[in-house]
Design a protein around this ligand. Structure first.
Ligand code: FE2
Length: 225
């Protein structure tokens, strides 16, 4: 991950990571959606009023390439995560490798895997939300788009809403190419003010698809209770 990318995270609360999967890997990954034995649960978003469309959480063991990507991204982000939480005045030391962090999650009763595949059809969308599943959380998560923007779907931008203290919210719209990843803050961003850092609160979602079908892979690092 480049220094510039890390600055993007500090400056905006998200950073583009470039292509993390090639076209063939994207197609192989989204094809997993049709194999229910790989997943622990399937959520119909309309049923819970989370939006429209559906997603499935993988079971352990994760498919090998997803486990590898989750471990590699975690290792790249752990140091920044520790600095980030310190700037937020919520100091927490994140271990250098994912296995050690997951041990902390499991000891706190957060044992269920959280990486997920999402599928949106025309008019589907994901309401603005945060993915927090217990006391322990990692301050970043990664989203990878598995479909070809414009060719396979239109609309369906990744949305971030940044709630500023004593001011109106800022919206960020992120159009992703197939295989492109973006790291976003899970919860807050530390913003440098005149007297140290203050916090803005983030939610994320997906704008309604205008046409086609869009798959994405969400890599959340903390497990769920
Ligand atoms: Fe989410």
């Amino acid at each position: 991950m480049s220094e510039r990318g890390l600055e993007g995270l500090w400056e905006r609360g998200y950073s583009r990571l470039g292509l993390l999967l090639d076209q063939q890997q994207c197609e192989a990954t989204r094809a997993l959606y049709g194999q229910p034995e790989l997943f622990r649960s399937r959520i119909d978003m309309a049923r819970y009023r989370f939006g429209r469309g559906e997603y499935q959480y993988f079971s352990y063991p994760l498919p090998a390439h997803i486990a590898e990507l989750r471990g590699r991204l975690y290792a790249q982000l752990a140091g920044v995560a520790t600095e980030w939480m310190s700037a937020l005045s919520k100091p927490r030391e994140y271990p250098a490798d994912l296995a050690a962090f997951l041990e902390q999650c499991h000891a706190a009763g957060q044992t269920r895997p959280t990486p997920l595949l999402l599928r949106y059809g025309a008019q589907d969308f994901n309401c603005l939300h945060q993915d927090l599943y217990g006391e322990i959380f990692f301050p970043f998560q990664v989203v990878i788009c598995l479909s070809r923007s414009d060719e396979e779907f239109t609309g369906g931008e990744l949305l971030l809403m940044e709630q500023q203290p004593r001011a109106q919210s800022v919206g960020h719209a992120i159009r992703l190419e197939q295989g492109e990843g973006v790291v976003i803050t899970t919860r807050y961003r530390p913003v440098k003010g005149s007297r140290g850092y203050y916090r803005t609160n983030f939610k994320h979602g997906v704008s309604p698809l205008l046409s086609g079908e869009r798959y994405s892979l969400g890599i959340i690092f903390h497990d769920a209770s």
